[in-house]
Design a protein around this ligand. Structure first.
Ligand SMILES: C[S@@+](CC[C@H](N)C(=O)[O-])C[C@H]1O[C@@H](n2cnc3c(N)ncnc32)[C@H](O)[C@@H]1O
Length: 261
């Protein structure tokens, strides 16, 4: 499990500025689910995306493996509007092996979380679970980053770099340095963060977080999806839905697929 208590406790602060994908997911969920459909977010975390999706009118279930992230998610949900609360169901589970009675019009995995699946076996297990839970004609969508060849091989990766140093209104300050190691054979990036948390200028905690993330090449995604019994219907390179292959430069791969009959 990747997201323990300390990581969960700072997640919303670290990603407070990450909002650019929210209109994409709220709009896409509304379009795909209409008024009566049902969406499922895998690896929903603290509801950064899921809550806006529900607030915009879509009924949505969220699954996450981390009880710490879900605890924060439930607290956030308790403070949400009654209408949004009624549209949300949260469950602890693993995206590789969930088993629910519902079938969904949209299953989606935002913000690189599909990359948390580190082996082809795990990726296929998750895709099999997705396939089983899609309603007839339902869509599966996920976003992973498009690897930057220069950065993958860049010499600066193995040196600590400041990633964020931000003060918040509650008197806290979070400072994070990161270092990365890329294994180009397994296509796994191992990231280490050195976190420092201050309250009123006093250092209250310092800890290291480890995370491993798979990076994917486009043709590999095409093969993976075909092998798992999906047909890719859109391959976008940005949140404005520009065709990936028409773009000269991009750092996102947004894959939308339908399960084969
Ligand atoms: C980067 S966070 C993304 C949270 C949220 N979707 C967002 O966009 O802010 C990744 C989440 O994936 C969850 N996670 C990792 N592996 C998982 C798995 N196998 N099944 C379910 N959740 C998983 C973690 O607990 C964490 O909450």
């Amino acid at each position: 499990m990747h997201y323990h208590e300390l990581e969960a406790s700072i997640y919303d602060k670290v990603y407070a500025g990450t909002t650019e994908d929210i209109p994409f997911w709220t709009g896409f969920a509304r379009e795909t689910c209409g008024n009566d459909g049902h969406a499922l977010e895998l690896a929903c975390g603290t509801l950064r995306v899921l809550l806006p999706v529900a607030e915009a009118g879509t009924r949505v279930t969220g699954i996450d493996e981390s009880p710490y992230m879900l605890d924060l998610a439930n607290k956030k949900l308790a403070a949400a509007s009654c209408a949004a609360r009624e549209r949300v169901t949260l469950l602890q589970g693993d995206m590789r092996s969930f088993d629910l009675p519902e079938r969904f019009n949209l299953i989606y995995v935002p913000f690189n979380s599909f990359g948390l699946l580190l082996t082809v076996e795990d990726q296929l297990a998750a895709l099999a679970s997705v396939k089983k839970h899609l309603a007839l004609g339902g869509l599966f969508a996920f976003v992973v980053f498009f690897p930057d060849v220069e950065r993958l091989h860049g010499p600066d990766l193995s040196r600590w770099q400041l990633e964020m140093d931000h003060s918040f209104g509650d008197g806290s300050r979070i400072q994070r340095d990161l270092v990365r190691e890329v294994d180009t054979r397994s296509q796994i990036t191992s990231i280490q963060w050195r976190n420092k948390e201050y309250q009123d200028q006093v250092l209250v905690r310092e800890w290291i977080t480890d995370l491993k993330l798979t990076y994917f090449w486009p043709r590999e995604i095409e093969h993976l999806m075909t092998r798992a019994g999906f047909q890719i219907v859109h391959y976008w390179g940005d949140l404005q839905r520009t065709d990936f292959y028409s773009m000269s430069e991009t750092w996102k791969q947004i894959v939308v697929a339908r399960a084969n009959a």
